[in-house]
Ligand binder design. Structure first.
Ligand code: SF4
Ligand code: SF4
Length: 134
């Protein structure tokens, strides 16, 4: 099979299972993301951090609900239009460029990731996302 690196869905299609939204993922929210999510929820940034985040050192990360899922998971991501960059970009993340073996490891917990893909295709797709924003 040939892969089209301009179409990332060739190698990843989210199955919306929510597995990546479960457990302590340390989903960091940058100040601009806090503003965007707070606006989406029609509240202010301070209230948002207090109610929906926990601190990881000095940085706010999204809190978990009692069920162990991200506080915004409810059969689907309830803040999808404004979800943090970490969630938007998954699984096209820098760690894959550092070690291409991470793609396979991540696939073990994400059914949307294809593993029958040549390393150069994976690398090209990840670079499109990671290098374009750096
Ligand atoms: S684990 Fe993978 S397939 Fe499941 S919701 Fe997360 S990104 Fe989508
Ligand atoms: S913000 Fe949305 S996509 Fe990100 S962890 Fe929470 S529920 Fe999942």
């Amino acid at each position: 099979m040939t892969f089209d690196t301009s179409d990332l869905s060739d190698i990843f299609q989210c199955k919306k299972c929510g597995d990546c939204c479960k457990g302590y993922g340390g989903t960091y929210v940058a100040p601009t993301e806090i503003e965007a999510i707070a606006g989406h929820l029609k509240t202010d940034s301070e209230f948002f951090v207090e109610k929906y985040c926990q601190m990881s050192g000095t940085k706010p990360v999204l809190a978990q609900g009692e069920n162990g899922y991200c506080i915004f998971w409810d059969q689907f991501c309830t803040i999808h239009p404004v979800k943090p960059r970490m969630c938007r970009e998954w699984p096209f993340i820098k760690a894959v460029l550092v070690d291409i073996g991470n793609w396979e490891i991540m696939a073990g917990s994400c059914p949307g990731i294809r593993t029958d893909v040549p390393d150069d295709v994976i690398r090209a797709c990840v670079e499109k996302i990671v290098l374009n924003r750096e």
